[in-house]
Design a protein around this ligand. Sequence first.
Ligand SMILES: [Zn+2]
Length: 138
Amino acid sequence: MNTQTAERSPNIIPTADGDVVVPGELLGLANSSRLEHNHATPYVRKGDRCSTCRYTEVRLFRDGATYVLVTLGMTIIPGEQIISRIRFLTSPFEVVEVLTVRKPGREPFLPKSAALTLAQAADLDEGIADAYVNRAVV
Ligand SMILES: [Zn+2]
């Protein structure tokens, strides 16, 4: 798992419609990408998974009293579009809740990249630290 982004500012968010710049100070950033492909073809086949070809990334910023939460579905596959979601939230508990995955028949959980982003942010923001430590899910 990488915790660093490219050289460019993490505030520059890739979207299907081009780059968007979000305000705020970076509190945490993590993604689920891996360094090596798990296939011999240039890109993973449709329906298969490869965390080098497609991965999720979470970025959390603080802009005054607002948290800017960015979730990205990244892809390097030509013809596929990056899926970006930018949310402006005021409650640290809401940040944790938005990052929590709920699936039928499963216990709610925080994906690794979300948990790592929150752990980084907990060092820099007391509200996130409280919400992360006292979260209801693992
Ligand atoms: Zn791949």
